[in-house]
Design a binder for this molecule. Structure first.
Ligand code: ADP
Ligand code: ASP
Ligand code: MG
Length: 403
């Protein structure tokens, strides 16, 4: 069996005309001899009737503290509406499509509502449909726990469904269809001269995705990478070739212009709060991180120096952290509305002067750097969110990403 996974994101399934473009993509895969397994996200983005954010708001208006189990049950409805609509469209176009919830597709998870992990995939029902030349249309982003409760994988998790099914079914290719022509050197919504990358290594796109590029979920890449299944990021709305994600050898990458560069992409994360703490003894420093861990709050950009701590958290946790720390009498300063901007590139390993270029790009534009962190293949810094667009444009230009 030559199986292909074809995943369609929120904007791809949002309108009648975009759904007819999806029909063409599926028919093309069948013409090429593939058996497609379709995965869909909820229809549309924030503000649209059946989008995930709309469903969350519906419940949170009644109770902002609603339990995660209940949130998961409603969030799953978005993908179910979308999969039924898509199956109906395919049936109207002569394809024998069958809508499956995550559970019906055999996706079994733990009970960690809102960020469930897949334990097992029973591929029997999908394989049975494929042998009968039917087209499974699977709800992305969801599975079922041992009690039969619906669970979700965390925002953007339909990509994870696609990769997990790809691995479980031994697919030849995982295609991720979205609203851009592929993975780009920057988010085109913020950097107008961002350029499409024709191919990229699993490890590099993982890092770019972890640093905020939401074009693909990092977990989806990590899963596909385990079995070396190639992924293709493409647009539903064009015939552009897209970006191939794989494991390219050094030789292959050297022959590709993109990989000769120090940097591959600039990316960003927003809604970050910087926290500075002073006059702490050693015991208090340990306590701070233990307390954050107990609350399930992850920390980033951590600087520890004698008597002082500096780190960042998601801004949504700021009030909770403020209450806790102030009740313990810690001296805390919060800097709200920050953004983390990063330059990522496998090519910067052991290249001198990368940090100097990074700092120069921002200081030439009078952008204050609040904090920095670097690894062998990335440099990140914290800036005020109002400087986000300018920072990305300056770094994109400095690292010659548009050429
Ligand atoms: P989908 O609903 O199809 O999953 P997403 O909104 O999750 O789509 O991801 C696609 C969006 O990712 C694009 O519209 C684009 O604005 C954004 N994006 C961020 N960084 C990048 C990048 N480096 N390359 C391409 N798109 C990016
Ligand atoms: N609909 C879910 C979300 O908005 C999953 C996805 O789109 O991948 O996060
Ligand atoms: Mg997405």
């Amino acid at each position: 069996m030559r199986i292909i996974i074809q995943k369609f994101g929120g904007t791809s399934v949002a309108t009648k005309s975009s759904r007819s473009l999806i029909v063409n993509k599926i028919l093309k895969a069948k013409e090429k001899g593939f058996l497609p397994v379709v995965v869909v996200s909820a229809m549309g983005r924030k503000g649209e009737s059946y989008a995930t954010d709309t469903l969350i708001e519906l419940v949170k208006r009644e109770n902002p503290e609603v339990k995660e189990r209940e949130l998961d049950q409603i969030m799953c409805c978005g993908e179910m509406i979308s999969a039924v609509v898509m199956a109906a469209v395919l049936q109207a176009n002569g394809l024998d499509a069958v809508m499956l919830t995550g559970g019906q597709a055999g996706i079994i998870t733990d009970s960690n509502f809102n960020s469930a992990r897949i334990h097992d995939i029973n591929t029997e029902s999908i394989l049975d449909l494929l042998t009968k030349d039917k087209v499974p249309v699977v709800c992305g982003f969801q599975g079922v726990n041992s009690n039969g409760d619906f669970t979700t994988f965390g925002r953007g998790g339909s990509d994870t469904t696609a990769s997990a099914l790809g691995v479980a079914l031994g697919a030849e290719m995982i295609e991720i269809y979205t609203d851009v022509d592929g993975i780009m050197t920057a988010d085109p919504r913020l950097v107008s001269d961002a350029k499409i990358l024709d191919k990229i290594n699993y490890s590099e796109i993982c890092q770019i995705a972890h640093q905020g590029a939401k074009v693909i979920h990092p977990r989806a890449v990590e899963i596909a990478m385990q079995k070396n299944i190639p992924m293709m990021i493409k647009s539903t709305f064009s015939e552009a070739e897209g970006t191939l994600i794989g494991n390219f050898t050094d030789e292959a990458s050297n022959s590709n212009k993109v990989f000769d560069k120090v940097a591959t992409s600039v990316t960003y994360l927003t809604d970050i709060c910087q926290i500075k703490m002073f006059n702490l003894d050693d015991h208090a420093s340990v306590n701070v991180f233990k307390l954050l861990a107990a609350e399930g709050i992850s920390v980033d950009l951590i600087n520890v120096s004698p008597g002082q701590l500096m780190f960042t958290i998601a801004q949504s946790f700021m009030h909770c952290v403020q209450r806790k720390f102030e009740s313990l009498g810690y001296k805390v300063e919060f800097v709200l509305d920050c953004a983390k901007v990063s330059v990522v590139g496998g090519g910067m390993r052991e290249v001198p002067g990368v940090m100097a270029n990074f700092i120069e790009a921002l200081s030439d534009n009078k952008i204050e750097i609040l904090q920095t962190v670097d690894s062998h293949t990335s440099i990140s810094c914290l800036v005020e969110k109002k400087h986000l667009k300018k920072s990305l444009e300056a770094l994109h230009e400095k690292f010659h990403l548009a050429t």
